[in-house]
Design a binder for this molecule. Structure first.
Ligand SMILES: NC(=O)c1ccc[n+]([C@@H]2O[C@H](COP(=O)([O-])OP(=O)(O)OC[C@H]3O[C@@H](n4cnc5c(N)ncnc54)[C@H](O)[C@@H]3O)[C@@H](O)[C@H]2O)c1
Length: 409
């Protein structure tokens, strides 16, 4: 049984899906671990460290692999290198990666999308969204502290008192709470707002002040937020304006699953901030919580420097890889059974909701129903035996052309 660790191919991706210190967990389960040369270089992990940990470093790492693990989805070339029946684990944003899904289907690969792992307590240790959000939230607070040209903490000195910085955090999920905790540790005065009712208590437990806007809370399913109506959004923006105007730094981390990020802060609101103020928009890549923020850039709006996050966990590739690799080990453990002699065998049980829920393609079919509908239309297709693309798949093989579902109906 072989697990291959892919060298990431996407621009700007510095993480790696397995770290030397966890290789022993996989070998302990009975796997051989093969790592593509240079897989860990951007995370400052050398090939020699993998070898010392018991892995082999091999240009042909995918050959004979039961399972290939990566952070980002594999490239089309990597997928075409896989034997039919190979399993993959990676982030796989199915809405944006339709061509990849079609390739995985046609290659007969069983693919698992980490972001589709159900958010149930049993799956917490496999939850890559949470582990990477934790890194991103920390990083956001550090970026704000680095960009702000003043102290975060109160300083009482013989030369006088310097007031603490005032930070506002919008969105208090995993990333937001970590940003709050980090800013608090640095001594800032932190206020935070989230639409979920449970968030107020979580904000206070981090030592921050919860902003009460006296608006209805927006609970969705699974502990997530619901989308706002336009009226609710406008009222929220109006009520938040004075908090943002008086903040030295604003950190936004709000998201609604499956939707573009909610626009919480208009350009006009940012224009009311003081000279030298800083805005950190973690959601810049998925549409932005702040109007005018640009992913991967710092732009100036009024008096504020606005930093747009782009693959933020990858900016701390060592710890982000370590946490993700632990998520992978836990998922692989779930996929491993014991034979009669007590040896580990790669034998995922698809009756388990964690495995069935995260599985996107299997046996030449798209098994994640919303993705299948988006790519193939509404009628259940016949299973395909051959790796040839089906007629329905053709439009999505052009990544820049949005797939027109209506044309298929
Ligand atoms: N395995 C698990 O059980 C598990 C794992 C992770 C998170 N969770 C829960 O899921 C919830 C959200 O987690 P997340 O961080 O992944 O969420 P997320 O990344 O989807 O969203 C980030 C935050 O933005 C908030 N938000 C959305 N719209 C907003 C708006 N208009 N204004 C202000 N804030 C807004 C959300 O309420 C959320 O707290 C948390 O309650 C967390 O405890 C459960």
């Amino acid at each position: 049984m072989r697990i291959a660790v892919a060298k990431e191919t996407r621009d700007g991706e510095s993480r790696v899906a397995m770290v030397p210190e966890l290789v022993g967990k996989l070998t302990g389960l009975g796997y051989d671990v093969a790592v593509e040369p240079g897989a860990g270089l951007h995370a400052l992990i050398s090939d020699e460290e993998y070898t010392a940990a018991g892995a082999v470093v091999d240009v042909a790492a995918f050959e004979g692999a039961d399972l290939v693990v990566s952070v980002q989805p594999l490239s089309i070339a990597q997928i075409r290198d896989l034997a039919r029946g190979t399993t993959t684990i990676s982030f796989l944003p199915v809405g944006q990666e339709q061509q990849t899904v079609v390739e995985l289907r046609d290659a007969g690969v069983t693919s698992h999308a980490v972001e589709l792992i159900p958010r149930i307590s049993r799956a917490q240790s496999m939850d890559g969204l949470s582990s990477q959000a934790l890194v991103a939230g920390y990083r956001c607070a550090i970026v704000a502290a680095g960009m702000l040209r003043r102290f975060f903490p109160l300083n009482m000195t013989a030369a006088g008192t310097v007031q603490a910085a005032e930070i506002v955090v919008l969105g208090a999920g995993v990333a937001g709470l970590q940003a709050i905790a980090t800013a608090k540790r640095l001594g800032a005065v932190v206020r935070a707002y989230d639409v979920r009712a449970a968030a107020a208590e979580e904000i206070r437990s981090m030592g921050a002040k919860s902003i009460d806007l006296d608006l209805e809370t927006l609970e969705g399913t699974g502990g997530y937020a619901r989308e706002m109506t336009d009226d609710r959004a406008a009222r929220q923006r109006q009520l938040l304006t004075p908090y943002i105007a008086s903040a030295d730094a604003l950190i936004t981390t709000a998201a609604v699953p499956g939707r573009p990020a909610p626009m919480l802060v208009t350009r006009e609101m940012v224009e009311q901030m003081k000279p030298g103020s800083v805005v950190v928009d973690l959601a810049a890549e998925s549409g932005g919580n702040v109007e005018g923020s640009v992913a991967g850039e710092v732009v100036r709006i009024g008096n504020a420097q606005v930093w747009g996050g782009r693959n933020v966990p990858s900016q701390m590739p060592g710890p982000a890889s370590r946490l993700y690799a632990q998520n992978v080990v836990n998922l692989v453990t779930l996929m491993t059974a014991e034979d009669d002699e007590g040896n580990g065998v790669f034998s995922p049980d698809y009756a388990d909701e964690i495995l069935s829920g995260s599985c996107v393609t299997q046996d030449g079919r798209i098994v994640h129903e919303p993705t299948r509908e988006a790519i193939e239309g509404t009628s259940e297709p016949e299973p395909t035996e051959t790796p040839e693309p089906t007629a329905a798949a053709v439009p999505v093989e052009q990544p820049d052309v949005p797939y027109d579902q209506e044309a298929d109906q």
